[in-house]
Ligand binder design. Sequence first.
Ligand SMILES: NC(=O)c1ccc[n+]([C@@H]2O[C@H](COP(=O)([O-])OP(=O)(O)OC[C@H]3O[C@@H](n4cnc5c(N)ncnc54)[C@H](OP(=O)(O)O)[C@@H]3O)[C@@H](O)[C@H]2O)c1
Length: 331
Amino acid sequence: MESIEIGNSGLRASRVGLGTWAIGGWMWGGTEEKDAIATIQQAVEQHGVTLIDTAPVYGFGRSEELVGKALAEGGLRDKVVIATKVGLNWTEDKKPFRDSSPGRIRQEIEDSLRRLKTETIDLYQVHWPDPKTPYGETAAVLEELKQEGKIRAIGVSNYSPAEMDDFRKGGSLDAVQPPFNLFEREIEKDVLPYAELNGLTALCYGALCRGLLSGKVTIDREFEGDDLRKNDPKFQADTLPNYLAAVDELKGLAQERFGKSVLALAVRWVLDQGPTIALWGARKPSQLKAMDDIDGWHVDDAAKAEIDAILKRHIPEPISPSFMAPPSKAA
Ligand SMILES: NC(=O)c1ccc[n+]([C@@H]2O[C@H](COP(=O)([O-])OP(=O)(O)OC[C@H]3O[C@@H](n4cnc5c(N)ncnc54)[C@H](OP(=O)(O)O)[C@@H]3O)[C@@H](O)[C@H]2O)c1
């Protein structure tokens, strides 16, 4: 598996990272512990993944606990970069809201270290910008945690370049985590060039656009329980057919030009756009097999232009992923 250094931290990680939001169950219709543990262990042992992304809010501690358990039981802690997050609190009835205040961060780090069964978090990322706390103040607390040996590298997620400029006045920054996939390309105009210019690694989330780019979603797929795709604007009756038509054409291109699946094309494309890591959400071992198809080839400029033409034809006005943004204050 290809690897990349995370900013200037000296940490190296595989360019495909395992995303564990769905493994936490919340907003993904539940989770199966046995499958979750096997997915985490097999991603590392059999598919060369050395970065696992999680967050306290994923299942309100559940995802971090499962990551900690899988790595401890498998004796795998030293093989991976654990990337978790900080700065989302939640109400008693489990409604998340943003809070990157120093007090909240000091509490969260201890909770995350305990759940992850580790003494150090490799990459600690602020989950969403919190307008109530000056960004430099948040950065300064994270810098302290680094000095104390509780974290190794610092990242932010869902920040604009201006917000990152403010953050960097208070401390160092190695990585940014924005949404990025073939259907969600807003960062091409600002965050991605900013990352390149400032030596940041971009951990791109939703690399499969919540499964849409897996090539397996059909028009009649039904989602269970609290699955966020019930409310995802791209998965609605009036929009899904356009996205699926694009996926169909991309499938043809991937097969004809590269002999690959559309899923492999989607992930490879993310890796060929800059200093990126593609975060790939999986919760069953069967979903990992396709990871072996990502290395050893590239999406060339001609193919990129054909992809752009396909997207323009079917989705002239792409829908933003902003429906996922949590509120600034507790409701
Ligand atoms: N920082 C942030 O604000 C933020 C926001 C979102 C995500 N993230 C991170 O990024 C990670 C990845 O994003 P994501 O999980 O939202 O979405 P994603 O990676 O775009 O899609 C994940 C979903 O795709 C489907 N899938 C995966 N592999 C497949 C395969 N081989 N064949 C068919 N379907 C497959 C699965 O859905 P089913 O299991 O339902 O089939 C899976 O849950 C997250 O887990 C999280 O770590 C961060």
